[in-house]
Design a protein around this ligand. Structure first.
Ligand code: ADP
Length: 852
């Protein structure tokens, strides 16, 4: 229970109210103080203050002290006594009787515990009723008087004023509290500075932002000289601020306490005094360093994408293009505005299979990455190859927001790969052809194979292989000319290389030649009218010996051949050169071998003949040795016999024995002389000394020696010498020997009474002009059987066996040897019983140098 123990004077009460008003205490304290003051003036054990909220038309009870009831919650206006005071704006002392009367009038209803006395006064400032101050008594012994009512009414005016002020203060404080909190808690920096830059106030965010622990620490710093990183200056800030009095989104670089810098974004404005001078600046500061870095990173990323060497395309989930980088434009020819919002299928060339697109979409829509190649079409229609990597871009929740395609133009690579493949195939082809044409050594076969395979290396309409002979190039193979309007006859003519420009060019440059259009080529030789060739490519066939021919191709299409064709043709021509060279070499080797073979065969025949002759000579030698032994034995045996007879025989026969001995010794002598003669001929030891010989004279000299002897034998000598014969080259001694032998035989084998005739003559036959001399007799003649052998060594015929004089059988053989060495001959004409004629033929001149 609240009781007044120290009654207070009205004056003291007002003083205390005034004191509380300015005390700065809060509202609850203030209410309690008012209660205490009122309690010192009257019974105030039950005391409350009700305040009316005009906006919501509700009553609240910020202060409520009661013996019976708890503080009621705020409530809408009802028909209580409090509302009655509010309504009337008057003070009311309500006794139970008054209450009943008011109840009857319908002014009030019972709301809380009925009081014995209820005293309510309005809290009124000017004519505005803020609320109601109420004291009440539940005790029959305690009643309020009219004086109490007046006193409380009077005090309530002061309280109302004080309350108004307190509430304003409280509201202000609350508001300030609120902003202070904002200032303290704000995540952005807030400051206030003097116009000169001295920091008047800064919130914790700013203090922290700049690396200080407290405002005091920060205030020590002269931000004007230390707080900004160059090139920012305070002057600049002021200039901008003074222009408009306000600064928005101003970015600058500031320095923290530790010297590190931060990028800030600042809003500021000037606060002006009544005289228009700037009092101070207020501003907010935001650290945008991270934002800036992020922005910078973003910027770099953007630049990276824009400058990327790969084409980049960003599309939405439907596949519609949202972004393309400049490389995309460069690669496809499409400007961004031509593709943005559209589907990239406009690039389709139709060469990628629909199944591949389906796989692509399935891969990327399930978050995977698709890699592959497209054969796409540029804006200008040109086809190009690109390698693409396409993948989804997701937001933090994993939802796909975009698709990213990174593409690289690989046309050049593809082209190069294709060219490499082609080159490889060509090399293989050349290798194959080289193997083919080198697998034969037959030149014709080589040429056929080359002609049959050129088309696999260089396409053409007509082809020619020419081989060079001196300054002429002859067409040795050709194909396709019938369709080009060229007859076979036209292909027969050789070209004069030095006068045929294209051939001569290849010959001197040692290089292939392409003529795009022969009709524009000066010096092109038109072999035949109507020849349809327009383009030409040729290559010299080169080998170790130099250029041996040409491979030439023609086409009806101008410009058909290029340098690649020329290189290929040259490669083939080089293989051709090797193959032809090999074939020709083989041909020569074969010819050489054949010649050698022939020579060997010839030599073999010669050797065989020589061998046969050697064998014959060997045989002759053996026979000769046997004959000699036999021939020598006979006279020796006779000589031995007659020597014995001389010793022991009859004396009267000595003369006969001596004559026989003499004869046998002569024979032996002759035999040995003649054997030696023959042996010298055989060994080549007897040289022939040719001197001009007068045969008639030779005959006459010999006859003059022998005439007496002939006559002794009872023979008649006749000569028929042809006068004025020319001399002939002959060995005089040998010719004397020949003549002696023939004359001796005639004398020996012609019986007494016979006639011996010597004749000389000039004769001619188909071979030569001859000088002949002959010895004829009328003796027994020579049988045909003897005729075959009488020139053989040791052969003695019938005549010899019957004649008294024994011969050696060597005379005619020696004659024959002599005549052989004079290029002459000796012939015989004879008939048995009718004599013999031996004729010696000597050439009038020697046809060849005489062999010794
Ligand atoms: P030779 O007279 O020493 O026996 P030749 O060689 O001179 O040896 O003669 C060979 C042979 O030819 C003689 O044995 C003889 O039978 C025969 N003949 C040579 N001359 C005559 C001739 N005038 N008449 C007949 N026969 C001859």
């Amino acid at each position: 229970m609240y009781a007044s123990d120290q009654p207070l004077t009205l004056h003291a009460a007002l003083y205390r109210i005034a004191e509380e008003t300015v005390s700065g205490s809060d509202l609850p304290t203030f209410y309690a103080a008012m209660h205490s003051i009122v309690a010192q003036l009257m019974f105030a054990a039950n005391f409350y203050i009700a305040l009316h909220d005009a906006q919501t038309n509700t009553l609240s009870f910020p202060y409520f002290v009661d013996e019976n009831d708890p503080p009621p919650p705020p409530r809408p206006m009802v028909k209580g006594l409090t509302e009655y005071v509010l309504r009337t704006g008057q003070s009311h002392l309500v006794t139970p009787a008054v209450f009943r009367k008011l109840q009857e009038q319908g002014e009030v209803e019972l709301v809380l515990t009925p009081a014995v006395d209820w005293l309510g006064v309005p809290l009124k400032v000017d004519d505005h009723v803020l609320g109601v101050l109420v004291v009440q008594s539940y005790h029959d012994a305690i009643h309020f008087s009219e004086t109490d009512k007046e006193l409380l009414t009077f005090v309530s005016r002061q309280i109302a004023i004080a309350l108004t002020r307190k509430r304003t203060e409280a509201a202000l404080r609350e508001s300030e509290e609120k902003y202070r909190s904002l200032f303290e808690q704000a995540p952005i920096g807030i400051y206030r500075t003097s116009p000169r830059g001295r920091i008047l106030d800064a919130n914790p965010a700013l203090i922290h932002m700049l690396g200080y622990d407290s405002f005091a620490q920060m205030a020590l710093r002269d931000l004007e000289t230390e707080g900004f990183a160059p090139p920012y200056s305070r002057t600049e800030f002021e200039r901008l601020l003074q222009q408009t009095g306000i600064l928005r989104g101003h970015e600058a670089i500031w320095q923290r306490r530790d010297g590190s810098s931060l990028i800030i974004c600042e809003n500021a404005h000037a606060i002006y005094g009544a005289d228009g001078d700037v009092l101070y600046y207020e501003g907010t500061v935001e650290d945008i360093s991270e934002q800036k870095q992020a922005q910078e990173r973003l910027h770099i990323l953007q630049r990276a994408i824009e400058q990327s060497p790969a084409a980049i395309m960003l599309s939405d989930t439907q596949g519609n293009v949202e972004y393309v980088n400049p490389k995309f434009t460069q690669a496809t020819g499409y400007q961004p505005e031509e593709v943005i919002g559209r589907n990239p299928r406009l690039l389709k060339s139709g060469e990628t299979a629909p199944a591949e697109y389906a796989r692509l979409w399935q891969t990327i829509s399930s978050g995977g990455e698709w890699r592959g190649e497209f054969h796409n079409r540029k804006k200008n229609g040109e086809l190009f190859w690109e390698a693409a990597s396409i993948s989804a871009i997701t937001d933090p929740t994993g939802r796909i927001t975009h698709y990213l395609a990174v593409k690289e133009d690989i046309t050049a690579r593809k082209t190069m790969e294709a060219a490499e493949r082609q080159q490889h195939a060509l090399v293989e082809m050349l290798r194959h052809i080289a193997a083919l044409i080198n697998s034969t050594l037959d030149l014709n076969e080589v040429l056929d194979r080359i002609l049959g395979n050129i088309g696999r290396v260089v396409p053409h309409d007509a082809a020619i292989i020419m081989l060079i002979e001196g300054d002429l190039a002859r067409i040795v193979r050709s194909a396709g000319y019938a369709d080009m309007g060229l007859t076979d006859e036209a292909l027969q003519f050789p070209f004069v290389v030095s006068a045929t420009r294209n051939l001569h060019t290849m010959l001197t440059s040692n290089r292939p030649l392409v003529i795009p259009d022969v009709t524009a080529y000066p010096g092109w030789i038109v072999t035949q009218a109507g020849h349809q060739a327009r383009a030409f490519v040729g290559a010299p066939i080169r080998c170790r010996r130099g250029i041996i021919g040409f491979l030439s191709l023609e086409s009806r299409e101008p410009g058909f051949f290029n340098t690649t064709h020329a290189e290929r043709l040259q490669a083939l021509a080089d293989q051709t050169g090797i193959a032809i060279d090999n074939a020709q070499l083989y041909e020569r080797v074969r010819a050489h071998a054949a010649e050698l073979e022939a020579r060997v065969a010839g030599r073999t025949v010669e050797l065989q003949a020589a061998n046969a002759k050697l064998q014959e000579l060997d045989h002759l030698k053996s026979q000769f040795v046997a004959n000699v032994s036999h021939e020598l034995r006979t006279p020796l045996a006779n000589i031995k016999l007659y020597l014995q007879l001389l010793e022991k025989g009859r004396a009267d026969k000595h003369t006969q024995y001596l004559a026989t001995l003499n004869r046998e010794a002569s024979l032996l002598h002759r035999l040995i002389e003649e054997l030696l003669d023959l042996s010298r001929f055989d060994l080549g030891q007897r040289s022939v000394a040719l001197t001009p010989l007068d045969v008639n004279l030779l005959i006459q000299r010999l006859l003059s020696d022998r005439a007496a002897l002939i006559a002794d034998r009872g023979l008649t000598l006749q000569t028929r010498l042809t006068p004025d014969l020319p001399t002939i080259p002959a060995d005089q001694a040998m010719m004397t020997q020949v003549l002696t032998n023939l004359l001796t035989n005639a004398m020996n084998y012609t019986p007494t009474g016979g006639v011996i005739t010597l004749a000389t003559q000039l004769r001619s036959n188909s071979e030569h002009d001859w000088l002949t001399f002959s010895v004829s007799d009328t003796g027994p003649g020579i049988s045909p059987r003897d005729r075959m052998h009488i020139f053989d060594r040791f052969y003695r015929g019938d005549a010899s066996r019957t004649a008294a004089a024994s011969g050696t059988g060597l005379g005619l053989a020696i004659c024959q040897e002599i005549l052989r060495r004079h290029d002459g001959q000796i012939t015989l004409e004879s008939e048995p019983g009718r004599g013999s004629t031996f004729t010696v033929w000597l050439p009038l001149s020697l046809s060849r140098p005489h062999e010794v």
